[in-house]
Design a protein around this ligand. Structure first.
Ligand SMILES: Nc1ncnc2c1ncn2[C@@H]1O[C@H](COP(=O)(O)OP(=O)(O)OP(=O)(O)O)[C@@H](O)[C@H]1O
Ligand SMILES: [Mg+2]
Length: 429
């Protein structure tokens, strides 16, 4: 855990000679009018701690005959010195041992000395940086979002099929008068055969009657011819008469049933069954459409469940700032994505995330803090304090909120005590 105890800068860019002991917890505002050397101070710190990648293109103050010197005392006891236009580095630990840039890199967070670099990253990169601050959070969120995307795509396909199937079912013909059961021809044929058999029997009885009548005629002829046998024949005749009477009774009520309707039905059967099959097809199509409708609803439920999981995961994760979240893959603060946040909100979010990226680094440099009004400035300062964080910031202002005023490359005044406004919103100014 590292903060800046003290810094001394001479002849770097606009700075002539500056000594600052920044507040350990909270905000140190370096104020001053434009072009007086405020940003030069931050650039010097970045160069000293971040290495020659941060070297200003023209570090030596014009007009100076002595080379640039930066000396930074860190609260872990290290003394970092950078001298000369080539920026030669000297790092000394409390026991007098020497070290180099690698040691500095282990605790100096690059974004902390170059916050604009973080602010300029796109939403995706910022989100990645945030998720990386919590172990495994990024992967878990990625997994859930992958799964969500997969189900979402599947649901879209199912939805299209569902609509097609529904449409298809509705377009199928439907014959109300025949219902859904196929008609069987064998039943009708059996019925027909029974009637035909009965009619055959009737015919047989009619034939019998005809036969008897013929025999009667024959017998009457024979009677005339065979007077001698009349007596015997009379008996015979009587018998025949009685048989005829019985047969007559048998025949009298006979009615032949028609098979005409059955024949028509048999002829119609194919036509009926064609319609029934169409009805069955439509029923199947409707079931099919219903099936896809249910599938679609199931998938919708799965998506909702995953979204809930995502929210729970983010709610449970120890994110660096209250009301900071990730919605649909991008950072949000108070529900708004980066480009909807106010300038001061962006600064707070960036600082919070950068602080979490490398917990070793407990300071951050913030240029151009004039975009914060005084109230927001106090809130920001208090938030820094609560998070045990040190910020050195510049602000175009010579007001009371500035602990240090820079003028013409020098510190104009220097307050050692924390000013009254820090804990007192809308107080003395
Ligand atoms: N090597 C240098 N020697 C002398 N002057 C320089 C050098 N480099 C930059 N300057 C001058 O310093 C001024 C910028 O300094 P700096 O950025 O520190 O000012 P600032 O206080 O942050 O101003 P602002 O409020 O406008 O941001 C410019 O006017 C520039 O001409
Ligand atoms: Mg500036």
């Amino acid at each position: 855990m590292v903060k800046i105890n003290k810094l001394e800068i001479e002849n770097v860019k606009r700075v002539k000679a500056v000594q600052i002991e920044p507040t350990a917890n909270g905000l140190t505002v370096v104020g001053g009018r434009n072009g007086q050397g405020k940003t030069s101070i931050l650039d010097s710190i970045a160069w000293a701690l971040g290495g020659n990648a941060y070297k200003p293109s023209n570090p030596l103050r014009e007009g100076s005959v002595v080379p640039p010197v930066i000396k930074i005392q860190l609260d872990n006891g290290l003394i970092v010195e950078r001298k000369g236009e080539d920026g030669k580095l000297k790092v000394t630990d409390p026991s007098g041992k020497k070290a180099g840039q690698n040691l500095l890199n282990s605790f100096v967070e690059q974004f902390a000395i170059n916050l604009p670099k973080f602010m300029e990253m796109n939403a995706k990169e910022k989100t990645k940086a945030l998720l990386n601050t919590v172990d495994g959070l990024g992967e878990k969120l990625f997994q859930i979002e992958q799964e969500e995307l997969e189900i979402y795509n599947k649901r879209r396909t199912v939805g299209q099929i569902r609509d097609q199937k529904k449409h298809f079912a509705e377009e199928q013909p439907f014959f109300k008068e025949v219902g859904n059961e196929l008609v069987s021809a064998s039943e009708l044929i059996k019925e027909q055969q029974e009637i035909l058999a009965k009619n055959g029997e009737n015919q047989r009885k009619r034939d019998n009657l005809d036969n008897l009548q013929a025999r009667k005629v024959f017998a009457e002829n024979k009677k005339a011819e065979l007077e001698a046998q009349l007596k015997e024949l009379n008996l015979n005749l009587e018998q025949l008469n009685s048989d005829i009477e019985i047969a007559n009774r048998d025949v009298i009520d006979l009615i032949d049933e028609s098979t005409e309707e059955l024949e028509r039905s048999i002829e119609n059967i194919e036509e009926i069954n064609r319609k029934v099959r169409a009805n069955q097809d439509r029923e199947r199509a409707e079931k099919d459409a219903e099936e896809y409708k249910n599938q679609y609803e199931d998938l919708t439920n799965s998506i909702e469940e995953l979204r809930k999981q995502k929210i729970e995961l983010l709610n449970g994760a120890n994110l660096p700032l209250e009301e900071l979240s990730v919605d649909n893959g991008v950072i949000t603060y108070k529900g708004q994505p980066w480009d909807n946040m106010s300038g001061s909100e962006q600064l707070i979010v960036a600082t919070a995330i950068v602080r979490k990226i490398n917990p070793q680094c407990e300071f951050v440099l913030v240029d151009k803090l004039e975009q914060m009004d005084l109230e927001t400035l106090v809130d920001f300062g208090n938030w820094l304090k609560n998070n045990n964080l040190q910020a050195i910031a510049t602000r175009v202002s010579t007001g009371e909120e500035c602990q240090i005023i820079i003028e013409d490359g020098y510190v104009k005044n220097k307050k050692t005590e924390a000013p009254s406004w820090e804990n007192n919103v809308g107080g003395s100014f």
